[in-house]
Design a protein around this ligand. Structure first.
Ligand code: PLP
Length: 351
């Protein structure tokens, strides 16, 4: 029996999520963002699955990720590298047919020297993180057009807040940039941007987290969980009223309580901020986390699960019951951080 935490990655659900997003904006191409090892879930399996569904455009952050994906997928995929290109990397981009996303003046100057293989131009329309200044268009539009970009793009800062006025401001700024490159496909929307309406979709959308079951889709759009994370019950015992649970004695038992300790902890990526806050599920019965999260152990209240609570049982910490964004919110974080934080010790199994 495997005692490590087990993650079942639901590839069919990831595929269904991609299709749901693709249906949402029929006029535009739906790419897949698979950076950070596919948000922790395994970029190889995800890329292969989505390619079978007809997804041919992928985004990663680093050239190393891109080289791996190219080796896996062969020539049929377009692979964009969000973090740009350095002089030393240029040769690899060309040899492996990878597409750099140019987002600084240095990137543009460097790529102007390279043979004409495609690039993307990333403009900053108000996030002030990464991207070319739209001011450059007045002086450098010709230079940029000569690069024959395959894509012009920008990134939304507040797409997860539909009412934030910055969305409309960025949309307006980006529409002007896109108009300066009339023959070049344009892209603005990440997952949350896909939910803001058709005018945000342009020619290509770049969902990441929604593929993996995260984000807050509006009513009428259901995303499937991409992962079920389960931990093994090591011990079941009765905690006595008036006693405490775990490091720092942060939870006091008000009554005699059936407790279980499971083999999962912050070394596996469960945030310590989830102490006394996360919810686990045993056979679908909610079992709250009591006390602090330890490195390898978490103690839960199994008094409602009763007979199902025995050593060797598996407790769900993410999945159909423990929904990603709800669980993340309990720990004061986001689905992004929970997924990408899952540790090396978590065994990934693919369905
Ligand atoms: C990570 C990233 C995305 C995907 O964002 P999600 O919120 O996960 O959908 C899209 N575009 C850029 C530029 C990114 O860095």
């Amino acid at each position: 029996m495997i005692s490590r935490p087990q993650a079942t990655i639901h590839l069919a659900n990831i595929a269904a999520n991609w299709q749901a997003l693709d249906r949402l904006n029929p006029g535009s191409t739906t790419a897949a963002v698979i950076k950070a090892n596919g948000y922790g879930l395994g970029d190889h399996m995800i890329a292969q699955t989505l390619m079978k569904m007809g997804c041919t455009t992928f985004f990663v952050a680093h050239i190393e990720e891109a080289v791996n994906i190219r080796r896996l997928l062969g020539a049929g995929a377009r692979i964009f590298v969000l973090n740009g290109v350095t002089l030393r990397q240029a040769r690899i981009f060309i040899d492996k047919d990878l597409t750099p996303v140019l987002s600084t003046d240095q990137h543009v100057a460097l790529w102007a020297q390279a043979p004409r293989i495609g690039c993307a131009l990333h403009f900053d329309t108000g996030m002030n993180r990464l991207g070319l200044s739209p001011d450059r268009l007045s002086s450098q539009a010709e230079t940029m057009r000569k690069l024959q970009p395959l894509l012009v793009m920008s990134h939304l800062a507040c797409a997860d807040e539909p009412d934030n006025p910055l969305n409309a401001q960025q949309l307006k700024a980006f529409a002007q940039i896109a108009a300066a490159f009339p023959d070049v496909p344009a892209s603005l929307a990440n997952s949350a941007g896909c939910f803001l309406g058709h005018e945000y979709a342009f020619d290509l959308t770049r969902p990441g987290i929604a593929l993996y079951g995260g984000s807050q889709p509006p009513l009428g759009i259901t995303l499937q969980p991409a992962i079920t994370l389960e931990a093994l019950v090591l011990s079941v015992f009765e905690g006595k009223a008036g006693q405490s649970v775990g490091y720092g004695a942060t939870h006091m038992l008000k009554q005699d309580t059936l407790l279980a300790t499971v083999a999962l902890g912050y070394a596996d990526g469960i945030p310590r901020s989830g102490g006394n806050a996360l919810m686990s599920y045993l056979d679908g019965t909610p079992c709250p986390v009591l006390g602090r999260i330890s490195m390898d152990l978490i103690t839960i209240d199994v008094s409602k699960a009763q007979k199902a609570a025995k050593p060797g049982a598996r407790v769900e910490f993410l999945g159909y019951n423990a929904k990603l964004e709800e669980q993340a919110a309990r720990a004061g974080t986001l689905g992004y951080e929970l997924l990408t934080g899952l540790g090396y010790r978590v065994k990934r199994n693919y369905r």
